[in-house]
Design a protein around this ligand. Structure first.
Ligand SMILES: [Zn+2]
Length: 148
């Protein structure tokens, strides 16, 4: 899913479960569960070479990634003291994607980067249909807003 969905989920779990020994595994599991739902994301089109790696990287860097930070900031932090749990949750929510970055973009294909990327790819389900692929992520964001 998009970083905004994963980051929001991670922040929500971490805000509800302050013990990182419990929240971190749950957040990692949430990432893979969300990625299992057929969705549209920035990487869509990479495997069929419809989009360049550079275009995907720039979209992630200037659109999806900053949006995930802004979402967490405005939903969890505005009006509240700095809560490192929330930011740790955001980071861990994105961690499987961070760990896939060197494999996808820097061609680093060695242990454990390669094995993690294979696991990620095995779980991942995407759709080229933007509307149907964005809808489950809007749902995730709405659930986070309701539960926060
Ligand atoms: Zn992912």
């Amino acid at each position: 899913m998009l970083s905004i969905a994963h980051g929001a989920t991670g922040a929500l779990i971490a805000s509800k479960i302050p013990n990182p020994f419990i929240s971190i595994p749950l957040i990692i599991i949430s990432h893979y569960v969300e990625d299992r739902v057929p969705h549209w994301d920035i990487g869509q089109g990479l495997t069929r070479k419809k989009k360049s790696k550079m275009a995907a990287f720039l979209e992630e860097l200037f659109f999806d990634f900053p949006l995930s930070i802004l979402f967490v900031y405005f939903v969890f932090q505005v009006g509240n003291p700095l809560d490192w749990h929330v930011w740790l949750g955001w980071f861990v929510g994105l961690l499987p994607d961070f760990l896939e970055f060197p494999y996808l973009f820097l061609n680093m294909k060695f242990f454990p980067i390669k094995q993690l990327a294979v696991l990620h790819g095995w779980v991942h389900r995407s759709t080229p249909q933007k509307l149907w692929g964005i809808l489950p992520q809007i749902l995730v964001i709405l659930i986070v807003l309701v539960l926060k």
